[in-house]
Write a protein that binds this ligand. Structure first.
Ligand SMILES: NC(=O)c1ccc[n+]([C@@H]2O[C@H](COP(=O)([O-])OP(=O)(O)OC[C@H]3O[C@@H](n4cnc5c(N)ncnc54)[C@H](O)[C@@H]3O)[C@@H](O)[C@H]2O)c1
Length: 451
């Protein structure tokens, strides 16, 4: 069947959508499309995750879609499996697999290629592949070559699109349904097919661009924009520390300018699977043309320096006052109220403090002990790292720490943190996000990044 004949089938939902990768990106899209009446097959390589999902056992970060997910599964429109199967109906693959920071051993597109290859094994003329993972410049063209090496002419008998996901976990205002998307499509029919599909995701709020490299650059540029500004404000925080002025006051005052300014706030650095990674895609692309892209290089350096600076400041302070040499690193996920611990500054602070001879222990209500090895790999720590994590926040265990270093202010433990401060349970609290208010009644010394 050629691509033209497919549109009607997609319009009548007489097709199969295979979503590859049931993670932060793939699972919500799979549930949503199934709820819209599509027959969806969710495909993942992680067998433990598949079993958990089959048992409708959702993790904390997935709970927001529990009703949709359970309903979609019960209706039979969403099935979950580890591999694709041949089908007579037209198929659309949506690729939502990870894209790691490239190294000499691993290329960033390793999982994307793998997923596309699996799809191609059981595909036929008229099928469509939509890439949603964040990919390096040039990857869509590589995937086009891969499809064509399997005997399909892209844009004629198989459609190819790149529509990067822009989701911001925990963002209460902007979500899957209302974030506009950018898209490249190999041809007009594929664009119409994508409009039919994204109609059920974000009301087809799509901006089509003409070249896949444009979309690839846009995706990395958006996240590079965040990295550069986060690093900029963090470097400003170092200056405010020296000037003894409050960076929050600086930012709030600058924010009164109604144009040309956008506030970013201090932190131990950007983490997660996107912001520290996607700018490297731009850097790699620039390198091929002999462009150094110094803004990005310096921003990445500042980002990785923040845990070093914070650890040294804490070590110097506890040494100067003769306080207990043990520090509780509070909040290990990469942002508040999420359980994603990839590339997270909290882990870097633990290892920097240890290098300085401090007994550093982590605490995060989202930390799962059985995922310790995963966290170690995702944070590029030595395989034998002795990662000590506090399991509960009782009075006795808190008393044994000289300092709490607050990396993330998780809502569910914010009350505990404030009580620890108010009741002077530790000698020092170091707030990497400069959010705690001074309490003159507390005997705990409060230090804030950028104050
Ligand atoms: N997490 C975010 O907030 C976010 C936001 C925007 C874009 N992205 C991008 O989306 C992509 C996916 O990120 P994520 O956070 O959802 O990752 P994730 O790790 O949460 O999920 C990816 C899933 O893909 C599975 N997988 C790996 N290889 C596979 C294969 N060949 N076939 C089927 N499944 C496979 C993994 O087992 C995992 O469950 C990445 O490129 C990321 O940069 C993520």
């Amino acid at each position: 069947m050629a691509l033209q004949e497919i549109i009607k089938k997609i319009q009548t939902k007489n097709c199969i959508i295979e979503v590859y990768g049931l993670g932060y990106i793939g699972l919500p899209s799979a549930a949503r499309l199934a709820m819209a009446g599509f027959q969806v097959v969710g495909i993942d390589k992680d067998l433990a995750k598949l079993k958990r999902l089959e048992n409708k056992n959702l993790s904390e970060s997935e709970l927001f879609l529990k009703n949709e997910f359970v309903e979609a599964q019960n209706s039979g429109l969403l099935t979950i499996t580890d591999s694709s199967k041949p089908a007579e109906k037209p198929k659309v693959a949506i690729i939502c697999v990870p894209t790691p920071i490239p190294t000499s051993e691993v290329s960033s597109d390793i999982y994307v290629k793998n997923a596309v290859e699996s799809f191609l094994k059981n595909s036929k003329k008229g099928d469509v592949i939509i890439l949603e993972s964040s990919i390096e410049v040039g990857t869509t063209d590589k995937i086009k070559d891969l499809i064509e090496s399997n005997g399909f002419k892209v844009g004629h008998d198989m459609g190819l699109a790149f529509c990067p996901e822009r989701i911001d976990p925990q963002n209460k205002k902007w979500n899957l349904e209302n974030i506009p998307r950018i898209i490249y499509c190999s041809d007009d029919i594929t664009y119409q097919i994508c409009q039919e599909i994204y109609q059920n995701i974000n009301n087809a709020n799509l901006r089509r661009v003409s070249d896949p490299k444009t979309v690839e650059v846009v995706k990395s540029f958006e996240n590079a924009f965040r990295l550069v500004n986060i690093s900029f404000v963090n470097e400003l925080a170092l200056l405010c520390d020296k000037l003894k002025i409050d960076i929050r006051e600086v930012i709030d005052a600058a924010s009164t300018k109604p144009f040309g300014f956008m506030p970013f706030y201090p932190s131990a650095g950007a983490g997660g699977h996107c912001i520290p990674k996607d700018p490297r895609f731009l850097l790699n692309s620039a390198k091929k043309f002999g462009i150094e892209f110094k803004t990005l290089q310096e921003s990445l350096l500042v980002n990785s320096y923040m845990p070093t600076y914070i650890s040294k400041t804490i070590k110097d302070t506890i040494t100067k006052h003769g306080w207990s040499n043990s520090v509780l690193v509070w909040g290990l996920s990469y942002k508040p109220d999420v359980e994603d611990m990839r590339d997270s500054p909290g882990f870097r602070i633990i290892s920097e403090l240890k290098k300085l001879g401090v007994d550093a222990v982590g605490y995060d209500p989202y930390y799962k002990k059985d995922l310790k090895q995963k966290y170690i790999i995702e944070n590029h720590l030595d395989a034998n790292t002795d990662l000590e994590i506090l399991q509960s926040l009782d009075n006795e265990s808190i008393k044994s720490f000289g300092c709490i270093c607050v990396v993330q202010h998780h809502t569910k433990i914010e009350f505990d943190l404030r009580a620890i401060y108010k009741n002077s349970k530790v000698s020092l609290i170091y707030d990497c996000q400069n959010r705690l208010e001074y309490n003159t009644e507390s005997k705990t010394k409060l230090m804030k990044l950028g104050h």
